[in-house]
Design a protein around this ligand. Structure first.
Ligand code: SD4
Length: 294
């Protein structure tokens, strides 16, 4: 790993800020859906993470973002894919859930819906970062069919952002947001906006948000599979996540991980990659952030 101590500290601070944004709402009696949205907004605004402001570049130099959100109390969900210049794609996904009568909007139609909903946009410059540009330059022009920037660049951790929360009413929710994968074919949609793949929430089982090689997570129906193992095989959250991430996804060569909570407030963080930016804050006094395997 060649991250400087300063960089590492900046990532830790970013994680802590996001956890705090979500936890503060929960403490005041806010809902799980509001908490996951606030946590993801905080990460989207942070240039260090691959979502919102810090999104990676696609093959044509554009930045197309995917996001989704799901409410475990009523199985309502909202998602957007391939949106551009949206400051907080997770907010757009939430408005899709609440106001559109649909679950997923894509591309120009999603951007048009954003405009009519008063969602904040930003110019291209806002989304430019030297780090993402350099990462793109490293893989651009290679004929490598593997679009997984995590294999091709030194930083092996995943920068997609997500949150899962349980509120005092026992409702759970999950949200995920990403710029996708560096040098992806424009128009490519990953797992993050796909309900059941990158995001899922159901009060009866779990709320899950995934990061990793999206193509494999889609084929594994990763997030829903955790719910399924809990509902129909009686597994705990931890057992089900271990099964999907450390067994199923490993066999499919799907590098990545996921975070989850259940309606009792148990949390789990599981990954099969070299590291995963992650953290937990809860009312039992657990307050921690981690990056590497510990
Ligand atoms: C995707 N799962 O679009 C995302 C990529 C990711 O950090 O996790 N990047 O496939």
């Amino acid at each position: 790993e060649n991250m400087t101590p300063e960089m590492e500290q900046a990532y830790r601070q970013g994680l802590e800020d996001a956890l705090k944004a979500g936890y503060q709402l929960l403490e005041k009696g806010g809902t799980a859906i509001d908490a996951v949205k606030a946590a993801v907004v905080s990460l989207e605004d942070n240039v260090l993470f691959n979502a919102g402001r810090g999104s990676v570049f696609a093959s044509d130099g554009s930045q197309e973002m995917d996001a989704s959100i799901m409410d475990g109390s009523n199985l309502m969900a909202g998602a957007v894919s391939g949106v551009k210049n949206i400051r907080n794609p997770v907010e757009l996904a939430h408005v899709v859930m609440v106001n559109s009568g649909h679950v997923m909007l894509t591309g120009d139609g999603a951007n048009a819906f954003a405009a009519s909903s008063g969602i904040q946009t930003e110019p291209d410059e806002y989304f430019f970062s030297q780090l993402r540009y350099d990462q793109w330059m490293q893989v651009r022009g290679t004929t490598n069919a593997a679009l997984d920037h995590n294999v091709q660049v030194k930083d092996k951790k995943f920068g997609t952002v997500g949150a899962a929360a349980c509120d005092q009413f026992g409702n759970i929710a999950a949200a995920t947001s990403t710029g996708g994968m560096t040098n992806k074919q424009w128009g490519r949609v990953g797992d993050s906006p796909i309900i059941g793949a990158g995001t899922y929430a159901n009060n009866n089982t779990c709320a899950i948000s995934c990061t990793g090689h999206g193509e494999i997570f889609i084929r594994a129906v990763a997030a829903y599979d955790v719910s399924c193992l809990m509902e129909y095989r009686g597994m705990s959250l931890q057992e089900a996540m271990d099964k999907v991430v450390l067994d199923k996804l490993v066999k499919m060569e799907g590098e990545g991980g996921m975070i989850g909570v259940d309606a009792k407030g148990n949390a789990a963080l599981v990954f099969n990659s070299a590291g995963m930016y992650r953290g937990i804050w809860n009312n039992a006094g657990v307050k921690q952030v981690n990056i590497y395997k510990s």
